[in-house]
Design a protein around this ligand. Structure first.
Ligand SMILES: Cc1cc2nc3c(=O)[nH]c(=O)nc-3n(C[C@H](O)[C@H](O)[C@H](O)COP(=O)(O)O)c2cc1C
Length: 340
C-alpha cells in the first residue's frame, strides 16, 4: 500500500512540475507582446491575431500629431489594468510597478506620482475615453514605433531587447559615424529648431550662408521679390558662401529650411547639387507659417535618389525635445548611426 501511495505522490509531483514549466513558458510568451494599431481601423493585431479595440468599433485618431484611442483592450493585452473614475474624470492605468493617472481635458499626467506634461489632453469622443497611447506605452517601457506610410503604431515589449545582451552591448558602444545638421534660415526660426535638433541628436551643425544675404525686401513675398523670383525659376541656384569640408565624416544628414511657396528655398537645391549625398540617411525638417513638409521631402527624394530620405518633420522655434526625440525614434535614427 505504502508503495502505491509513494508512486502516486511521485506522479503528482512530476505533473505539478510539468504544469509549472508550461506556465513559465506562457509567461515568457506574454512578455513578447506585439500590438499593431492602424489609424482609422477598429481592429488591432495582437501577436498576429486580429481583435476589436472596443465593442463599439472605435478607431484610433490623430490629434496634434498624437494617436488617441480607447486603451482598455490594448493595456489589458499588454498585461496591465485600466480603472475609470467617472466622478473625477480620472483614468488610472497600472502595469507592473508603474502607475499612470490621466484626467480628461488635462495635459497634466502623473507617472508614479510625478507630474508629466502631455502633448495632447485625453478627451471623450462619442462617449469613449480617448487616451494618448504613446505616452502610456512608453511610460510602461514598451517600444512604440510609428509607420508613416502604413499610418500604424506598433507597440512591443522592450523586455526582449533588454534581454538581448548583444543588442544591449551594441547600444552602449560609442558611435563611430556622426550626424550633421545642415540648415538655411532667412529670419531665424529654422535656426532655433536646427540647434535643438543638433542638441537632441548629438550632431554637428553647418549653416548654409547665402553669398548674397536676403534682405527683408528680398523676402517680401507679397511683392515681386527676389525670393519669389528664385522660387519661380526652376534653374535658380543661389550661391552659398561657405563650404562643408568633411561630408564624408557623416552618415546622417539633417537638412532644415523654411518653406517658401510650399517647398524648400532654391538655395537648398544649390546644396544638394553641390554635395554627393548618395548612401547618406537624410532627415528633412522645416519651419513654415502653416504649410506641411511633404512637397519638399519629395523634391529632396528626386534630387538624392541614392539616399535614404526619412520622414520629414515640421517644427517651430517652440518645438519640444520630446517631439524631436519622437521623430528621431520613429525614423530609427540611432540605428542609422554606426557603432564601433
Ligand atoms: C518667400 C517666402 C515664402 C513663404 N512661403 C510659405 C508657404 O508657402 N507656406 C508657409 O506656411 N509659410 C511660408 N513662408 C513662411 C516661412 O516658411 C516661415 O516664416 C518660416 O518659419 C521662416 O523660417 P526662417 O525664419 O528660418 O527663415 C514663406 C516665407 C517667405 C519669406
Amino acid at each position: 500500500m505504502k508503495k502505491i501511495i509513494s508512486f502516486l505522490l511521485s506522479i503528482c509531483m512530476i505533473l505539478s512540475l510539468t504544469l509549472t514549466s508550461c506556465a513559465a513558458e506562457e509567461k515568457q510568451t506574454e512578455n513578447n507582446t506585439t500590438i499593431i494599431l492602424k489609424i482609422g481601423s477598429p481592429t488591432m493585431t495582437v501577436n498576429g491575431n486580429d481583435m476589436p479595440i472596443d465593442e463599439q468599433g472605435t478607431v484610433p485618431v490623430i490629434v496634434n500629431g498624437r494617436t488617441l484611442l480607447p486603451v482598455r483592450a490594448v493595456v489589458e493585452q499588454m498585461g496591465g489594468t485600466v480603472d475609470w473614475n467617472g466622478e473625477t474624470q480620472e483614468v488610472t492605468l497600472i502595469y507592473g510597478e508603474d502607475e499612470i493617472k490621466l484626467t480628461i481635458g488635462s495635459t497634466e499626467a502623473l507617472l508614479n506620482g510625478e507630474k508629466q506634461t502631455l502633448d495632447v489632453a485625453p478627451t471623450v469622443t462619442n462617449g469613449r475615453t480617448m487616451l494618448p497611447i504613446r505616452f502610456i506605452a512608453e511610460s510602461f517601457k514598451f517600444k512604440v514605433e510609428w509607420n508613416e506610410r502604413e499610418q500604424s503604431v506598433t507597440i512591443t515589449n522592450t523586455k526582449t531587447a533588454v534581454e538581448n545582451p548583444a543588442k544591449q552591448l551594441e547600444e552602449m558602444k560609442e558611435p563611430t559615424s556622426k550626424s550633421l545638421v545642415v540648415y538655411f534660415s532667412a529670419t531665424g526660426n529654422t535656426k532655433v529648431l536646427a540647434e535643438k535638433i543638433a542638441e537632441e541628436s548629438g550632431s554637428d551643425v553647418f549653416e548654409i550662408v547665402p553669398k548674397e544675404p536676403y534682405t527683408s525686401a528680398d523676402l517680401n513675398y507679397n511683392s515681386d521679390c527676389r525670393a519669389n523670383d528664385e522660387q519661380n525659376d526652376a534653374n535658380a541656384r543661389p550661391a552659398i558662401s561657405n563650404k562643408l569640408e568633411n561630408l564624408e565624416d557623416y552618415d546622417v544628414i539633417f537638412i532644415g529650411y523654411p518653406i517658401w511657396w510650399g517647398t524648400m528655398p532654391k538655395i537648398i537645391n544649390t546644396f544638394l547639387d553641390t554635395y554627393d549625398l548618395s548612401d547618406k540617411t537624410i532627415m528633412p525638417f522645416c519651419t513654415s507659417g502653416s504649410s506641411g513638409i511633404s512637397s519638399s521631402v519629395s523634391a529632396i527624394k528626386s534630387a538624392c535618389s541614392n539616399a535614404d530620405v526619412k520622414t520629414g518633420f515640421r517644427g517651430t522655434s517652440g518645438t519640444t525635445s520630446t517631439q524631436i526625440r519622437t521623430w528621431l525614434t520613429d525614423n530609427n535614427f540611432s540605428d542609422a548611426i554606426i557603432r564601433k
